[in-house]
Ligand binder design. Sequence first.
Ligand SMILES: [Zn+2]
Length: 475
Amino acid sequence: MKKRLTGILLILCIALTLLPIAVFAAPGDPKASANDRYAGNYLNLDASDNADDNKTNTADDNKTASGAVTVTESAEAEEAEINNKGGILTITGMPVTKYDAAMNAKWQEISYSKKKPLDLNYKINKKYTYKKYEEFILNLAKYDYVTVYNMGKTVKGRSIYNIEIFNPADDTDSSEVRTIMINAGTHGNETMGPHAALKMAEDFIKRVQKDQTLQEYLKSVMITILPCLNPDGRELVYANNNLLKKSNALGIDINRAFPSINAGCLRIGNANLIEVGAIEGDAYYPGKYLGSAKEVAIAMKWLNHYVINKNAQVFLDLHQMGNGIYYEKPFSTDSHKLKQKNFYNYLKGILRTKGSPVYGELFDSTVYGFDGKGGTITDYAYGVAMGLHYSSQYGRQAVLIDDRELILLDMDSLNDYADYIYPVNANFVYATIEMTDNSKYKGFSSLALNAQLAHYNKQNYNNLLMNLIKWTLDH
Ligand SMILES: [Zn+2]
């Protein structure tokens, strides 16, 4: 019996030693084939079969078997439990050099020697090229309380901007500042987000110029609006009116490509969702590795900067598919789920006018995060707010337990490891707003643009920023 156990242990120890290499493709190793990763998958299943034997062995047996592993019984059991969850990564992680480059990217502040703004009036129902759209953004930089940053360029050379609205006083304590974040235009065909984001920014900025109460609020509440994250995708839709075009110029779906803790995690027994494409140009292609798209790298820095350094409390990501609101990650902690539910209730209350429909709840499937999907901008933002560590081993976010890094495949949900999670902003809440329901509202046809304008008014978007300030001050 002892001999048999030793034999099993030897196999187990080899399996556990190989696990990090075999099950998880090393970040930045595009050569690792799907077959290699599936081979790792079977090793993991072997470990699972022998879990009971593993738990009953003594530390002494361990020593005999491997000569190197000397763990206590409880640590050994924990190790077995963690590894036995198992699965494969369907997307290679973001190499640490690329991660560092994204974090160290420099933003260019837009400044003018003569600061008198033109009295432009952005119209949602007018068809503007991105070049023209850019003129509206740049004009906003001339107003008081506004700083516009060029955060970097796409592969087609189009700039991605960040409109920051703030009124720091001499005695502003930077640790007390809290931030509201809005992102739009991740998907090229979903044109309403960029239209609404720029319209609300312009109207709000004009109002701030003469409203002293707002100026006072802006001493402690900062607003940052990223009005169009995927200008190349937008322009492709503008040129071809292809209402199915979501991706960037390289065929990457930006919203499947963030190095979040759940990105491309496929749990044993689950099927890789058919919608996650492995081919460039597929609707949901995530790129060769996480964060390879320039837009993703730019948004990562934007999120890290405001969520960590500027204490972001609210993050809205504007989309256009489903006429409702996503507000819950199945894998998040229970305490955070409660906050999210409260925020959803608040949002649905403010995003309507008298008699207009209420945005309903939209949910990801219960296996979301274990179905090879994941890697959205809100997945990543949530991880940043929860203080997750960037793992160079996995090329994505991980929970750090002593010197171990756990990604979602190693656990059932973050809730099981809540004691090891140290949020940067415990109050941080997010929502993905699917602003409209069907393709009638997408693209640039005059029918779509007029429908978007009507929807903007009906759903009270013009008062969204005011109401988000109220939420931020109250929490
Ligand atoms: Zn979308």
